[in-house]
Design a protein around this ligand. Structure first.
Ligand code: MLT
Length: 391
């Protein structure tokens, strides 16, 4: 037997696992710590009341023989949820049909698993810095990766490069980790480029709910995207589902290569390797997209956005270069005094008892930067910024 040698090309451990280990070591050595966690983007507010109600109801259905559900009819999601998600898109003017929505257990899994439907000889373009899952999953599959440099010069929003021949393009907007967001013209340039190259854009829209009006929330707002894009959505940050696990992938029938629809391959892949998200969670997700659900989740999103504003103000007060925070729950900034991200991470952990995420963890262009998450408690966010300013 031979193991997949491509794994040897991965970092020793997944970024957030490494950070958790460092934080655990600190808390073990300092049991009476006052750590404020702004590292991994994990939500802290409870689920919306309508979501809880839907879960109770679905659980009761599971308790009765007449309404009990075993396997879901297929792995793509119950029709009620696929329709609710399509309705959500239509609500902001994007034509998505229920048949184009595939429910999954979160954007991380779908983004990671989608690589199965692409040829191993494809060249992959990822921005640097980037959400590590895009890179790791392609390294595991032994694919060639090229990087699009994101840096202060381009506001951490790289644009297509002439002469770059690529097949699969990863974009994330609002971006994780930098919080930067593409406008319509910029996304149009990417769509035109993908169409010209015969490439596909894998568009991670996990943070779309943080986008302010006037900026695109979906790649399908861009004409032509139906022929060259796959979109990944998530309820994790939108509705506090990081632990619940539910997301969706949208693939239009027009996306095809050599006469084969990408959607057909994705369905085939999911049919073999996935049995669908559990019924209770799908009912909970359906409630998110109800009128009341949308109202309730907006309150939580507004809470996190206020945290982001507090963080942005602190960056301004400290005179640090930053991006994000406006259309995003992340603030990405240049570490003071020329410190590397990891040096600053250690300093923040040990001296300020704040957990951040060092830019280096997201790629070489993240060097000297730090990401802070706005998903924490409001009071703790204020306190963390006071600690930071007292450097
Ligand atoms: C992050 O902190 O980048 C995210 O929470 C990780 C994830 O969504 O998997």
């Amino acid at each position: 037997m031979k193991l997949n040698h491509n794994f040897q090309n991965l970092e020793q451990s997944y970024l957030f696992v490494t950070i958790a280990q460092k934080v655990n070591a600190y808390t073990a050595a300092h049991p009476d710590n006052h750590l404020i966690r702004m590292g991994i983007g994990d939500v802290t507010l409870p689920l919306a009341p309508v979501v809880i109600e839907a879960m109770h109801k679905a659980t009761d259905e599971m308790a009765r023989k007449e309404t009990f559900r075993g396997y879901s009819p297929d792995s793509n999601g119950y029709p009620f949820l696929r329709e609710a998600i399509a309705g959500y898109y239509q609500g902001f003017g994007v034509d998505v049909q229920a048949s184009e929505v595939f429910v999954g257990d979160g954007a991380k899994s779908d983004v990671g698993n989608i690589v199965d439907i692409f040829d191993s000889a494809n060249t992959i373009l990822v921005p640097d810095p980037v959400y590590p899952v895009y890179v790791d999953t392609n390294i595991m599959a032994g694919r060639k990766i090229v990087y699009a440099d994101a840096n202060k010069g381009n506001g951490f929003l790289p644009m297509p490069k002439e002469g770059h021949k690529v097949d699969v393009i990863y974009l994330c907007s609002p971006n994780n980790p930098t919080g930067a967001v593409y406008n319509k013209e910029q996304l149009t340039a990417w769509v035109d480029y993908a169409l010209d190259q015969g490439a596909v854009i894998l568009f991670d829209a996990a943070y779309e709910c943080f986008v302010n009006p006037g900026l695109p929330r979906s790649i399908f707002e861009i004409p032509g995207a139906e022929k060259c894009a796959i979109e990944f959505g998530s309820l994790s940050k939108t509705a506090g589902f990081t632990g619940m696990r539910c997301g969706y992938t949208v693939i239009k029938p027009q996306l095809e290569a050599d006469g084969v629809q990408a959607a057909a391959l994705w369905q085939r892949r999911q049919g073999s390797k996935f049995n669908g998200v559990n019924y209770v969670t799908q009912r909970a997700a359906e409630a998110v997209f109800s009128k009341e659900g949308q109202k309730q989740i907006q309150e939580n999103i507004a809470y996190y956005k206020r945290n982001a504003q507090v963080m942005v103000q602190a960056m301004k007060d400290m005179g640090l270069w930053y991006t994000g925070g406006e259309n995003s729950p992340y603030v990405w900034f240049q570490c003071p005094e020329g410190k590397s991200g990891w040096e600053y991470f250690d300093y923040l952990l040990n001296e300020k008892e704040i957990v951040g995420t060092p830019g280096e963890g997201f790629g070489k262009n993240g060097a000297g930067c730090m990401r802070l998450s706005a998903f924490g408690d409001a009071q703790k966010t204020v306190e963390a910024m006071e600690r930071l300013k007292g450097r």
